[in-house]
Design a protein around this ligand. Structure first.
Ligand code: C5P
Length: 402
């Protein structure tokens, strides 16, 4: 079973006898490392109790659209944004029909309309219902919209019939779910990523730094791993846990970050500079704590730090190099000039004057700029944005590589 570490899965359960298998599916998804939130339609509660799913998922089960208390906790829009993937198992003929019609008449359909996460359905119904022209037309509509179908399987059915319409076994559904996150686009490639702030020491107890959380760089590292890459994450001091399967090198200063970036650079195919590197550092680090004097004004002398991404982009042979441009005004113009000045292959620009996105927030919207193209990705969580960015980076890298 592939891992689903930290993946946020909404498991939607609709009314059908196969709902009893959703308990085992919840357990398997949890065991693979996923955070699972269960959403049940009213009909499904006739087949399995919310309490069972609550105990297995470790989270409150979401049942109603118009419930003030539930909406105050995690409302349907928050749930829709929270999810990395929405899995509906079992998916009844009625649910498939309502989704195909674009209805939002209960929590699960509303959530499917509101989410930008991929949606996968494991259909489960009687073979005649599955073969029915209406169901077939509805499933075609859904697959044309990019919704994936897991199964159904063929075989013996609860009603005694034999044929297509059986829900796949939980193990198979869990594996298919995990495989949705592995694009394989960067298989065999090595990616270096810088992340977080740097700390420039003034004395043994003080430093100059910034508010970078490292979230974007860490999310990129996870997304690159899922795309099949080997990843070295060169991280300034952050409070985030080191991602699994990533080689994380912890550094403090810009000079240390540069040294760690240059180490084994010959192995690096793609270099992503997501760190917020301090532009200057004190000219000297005092050996002992600087004492408060009688003067009202204290002068600090600073010297420019090396530009890590520019240094990497000017080595020979150069990895495919990507920088970030966090700007407060004239974002695209600054990004384009930075692309040229630093000899980058791609720059990811974002507007940090907005308080709802960027630096310390969980969401972001960015514009990807290359020599020949400009593309804006809509606002979403940094986790989802990272997956889209790695996808775009892989496409551009492969173009450049040819
Ligand atoms: O020049 P500016 O700091 O705006 O450029 C931002 C980009 O350059 C980011 O990708 C950042 O990680 C990288 N950078 C760097 N070393 C520096 C300064 C910035 O790698 N000293």
């Amino acid at each position: 079973m592939q891992r689903l570490t930290n993946k946020r899965i909404i498991l939607g359960i609709t009314g059908g006898i196969a709902a009893y298998k959703s308990a085992e599916l919840t357990r398997l998804l949890k065991n693979a490392g996923a955070d699972v939130r269960v959403v049940m339609t009213p009909a499904s509660t006739e087949f399995i109790t919310p309490l069972t799913l609550q105990a297995l998922s470790g989270n409150t089960v979401h049942l109603h659209l118009l419930n003030a208390e539930a909406e105050a906790g995690m409302g349907h829009i928050e749930l829709a944004k929270w999810a990395d993937l929405v899995l509906i198992a079992p998916g009844s003929a009625n649910f498939i029909s309502r989704l195909a019609a674009g209805q939002g008449d209960d929590l699960l359909t509303t959530l499917c309309l509101a989410t930008d996460a991929p949606i996968c359905i494991a259909p489960a119904m009687n073979q005649a219902m599955w073969r029915d022209a209406g169901t077939q037309a509805n499933t075609n509509l859904l697959t044309n919209r990019g919704i994936k179908l897991f199964g159904p399987g063929v075989g013996e059915q609860a009603c005694g019939d034999n044929g297509p319409g059986r829900m796949l076994e939980p193990e198979e559904i869990a594996n298919l779910t995990a495989s949705q996150f592995n694009s394989g686009q960067l298989t065999g490639k090595t990616v270096f990523i810088t992340a977080g702030p740097t700390r420039e020491a003034l004395d043994p107890v003080r430093y100059i730094s910034n508010h970078s959380s490292g979230k974007m760089g860490y999310a990129l590292a996870e997304a690159a791993i899922e795309a099949g890459a080997k990843v070295k994450l060169i991280s300034g001091p952050v409070t985030l846990p080191a991602p699994e399967r990533v080689k994380t090198v912890k550094v403090e200063s810009a000079q240390e970050m540069l040294a760690a970036s240059l180490q084994d650079l010959a192995l690096c195919d793609i270099f992503i500079a997501a760190a917020a590197v301090a532009d200057y550092r004190p000219t000297a680090v005092a050996e002992h704590k600087i004492k408060k004097g009688s003067e009202e004004i204290m002068e600090l002398h600073l010297v420019k730090n090396p530009d890590i991404v520019a240094t990497i982009a000017n080595t020979e042979p150069k990895p495919f190099t990507i920088g970030f441009a966090a700007e407060t005004q004239d974002v695209l113009n600054y990004a384009r000039s930075k692309l040229e000045r630093k000899n980058l292959d791609m720059i990811i620009a974002n507007d940090v004057s907005r308080t709802d996105i960027g630096f310390n927030s969980d969401e972001n919207t960015v514009t990807i700029v290359t020599d020949t193209s400009t593309e804006t990705l809509p606002q979403t969580s940094k986790r989802k944005l990272a997956i889209q960015l790695i996808n775009q980076i892989a496409i551009q890298y492969n173009k450049h590589d040819i």
